[in-house]
Design a protein around this ligand. Structure first.
Ligand SMILES: *Cc1c(COP(=O)(O)O)cnc(C)c1O
Length: 388
């Protein structure tokens, strides 16, 4: 057997082999998969914007005007007035000096950690941070200290021991605290108050990836930091493939830091710019998010309804107020059993296993959006009851 054959076999024995499903259509909450219509509780399109007529129209009109692809990287000829306008609108929306668009959140994090954090710096990183942050840390060549999830005591200990002081900053050594805003597999929100206090006390910059918070949380949809009345993080990353319903990502920061990303962010410089129709569609999404109080209220209602009913059924949910509602099942085998039963009942949910989550914490990742109907949530609950 070849090395890869052996490794694949091992994955299979561990119930960790991943498989793609072929989607052939989307209609409201229903996805067509292998000719079967499934109720979709698996994606991150929390406001249902990827099907919104205004978003689709903006995309189609821009494709007429600019073509479909951007044709080049942003520094050659791929940066259009649609990109520029979207960056300016995001600056205004989020209240930052500058915003820079990326082709994906994964790439944004490679650039942020890979160029803002440098050799000799210290990064203090939450253990449950998204894989793209972890990979970005590797690129940075900084020293990385991981603290157990949202554990401020552990973080204080590491900062006391390793954070460099003001004199080191003068010599060009910096400290960074790095966290998801909403944790992507658990749905809980970062401990902003503590993170911000510690960042100040230990002379660190706070970098937050709010991929799952923006659009959804906060009075104006600015994200998890707005929802908990926290100050703006020093560097804020957000993705457009989730609540915006399009694709790509942005980094919001000071003019100086954004300028550095343009110059030195390799995953900015050496990749094709976001497609102009996507930038145009995202501008339409942003307008809908700005006026999106009703959508956010509907989403909150759906989440609250599900939680209340699920708890009545005795299902063990994690304490999450976000659209991400994980149901912890433990082993890979048990998880796959449940996911299969649900699919048999016409329901699609995320089945999340190691290495995405720690050993023994395999879980269903059930996600909600503003366009789910109560009857559809009832169908999900019924299927969960049956599986239990
Ligand atoms: C989804 C996600 C990303 C990656 O964003 P893409 O645009 O899908 O590449 C980055 N960070 C977090 C926290 C995410 O959940």
């Amino acid at each position: 057997m070849s090395r890869i054959q052996q490794q694949l076999l091992k994955l299979e024995q561990q119930h960790r082999l991943r498989q793609r499903r072929v989607v052939s259509g989307l209609d409201g909450s229903r996805l067509s998969i292998n000719g079967k219509s499934l109720l979709n509780f698996a994606d991150n399109d929390y406001l249902g914007l990827r099907q919104h007529p205004q978003v689709i129209r903006a995309c189609a009109e821009a494709a007429q005007q600019y073509g479909v692809g951007s044709g080049a990287s942003a520094l050659i000829s791929g940066y259009s007035d649609q990109h520029q306008a979207l960056e300016q609108e995001l600056e205004e929306f989020l209240g930052y000096q500058k915003v820079l668009l990326f082709s994906s959140g994964y790439l944004a994090n490679q650039a942020v950690m890979g160029s803002l954090c440098q050799r000799g710096d210290n990064i203090f990183s939450d253990q449950l941070n998204h894989a793209s942050l972890i990979d970005g840390c590797r690129l940075s060549r900084a020293t990385v200290y991981r603290y157990s999830h949202s554990n401020s005591l552990k973080l204080v200990g590491l900062l006391q021991q390793h954070a460099t002081g003001k004199s080191a900053a003068n010599a060009g050594q910096e400290n960074f605290i790095l966290s998801d805003g909403v944790f992507s597999m658990d749905g809980d929100v970062a401990a902003y108050a503590e993170l911000q206090q510690l960042a100040e006390r230990y002379n660190a910059s706070l970098i937050i990836d709010d991929a799952h918070g923006v659009g959804v949380m906060g009075e104006y949809g600015r994200g998890s930091w707005e929802a908990v009345n926290a100050a703006k993080p020093d560097v804020l990353i957000g993705t457009l493939g989730k609540a915006f319903g399009t694709q790509g990502a942005y980094v919001a920061a000071s003019s100086e830091r954004i300028e550095w990303l343009v110059q030195k962010g390799r995953s900015y410089v050496y990749t094709t710019a976001l497609a102009p129709p996507i930038a145009a569609a995202t501008r339409a999404s942003l307008r809908l998010i700005c006026e999106g109080r009703k959508l956010r209220q509907q989403l909150s209602k759906n989440i609250a309804y599900f939680r209340q009913q699920a708890i009545t059924l005795g299902l063990e949910l994690l304490p999450s107020a976000s659209p991400i509602q994980p149901l912890m099942l433990g082993s890979e085998q048990r998880l796959l059993d449940w996911a299969e039963k649900l699919q048999g009942a016409g329901i699609l949910v995320g089945a999340i296993r190691p290495p995405t989550v720690p050993e023994g914490t395999s879980r269903l990742r059930i996600t909600f959006n503003a366009i789910h109907q109560q009857a559809e949530i009832d169908q999900l609950l019924e299927a969960l009851k049956e599986a239990a």
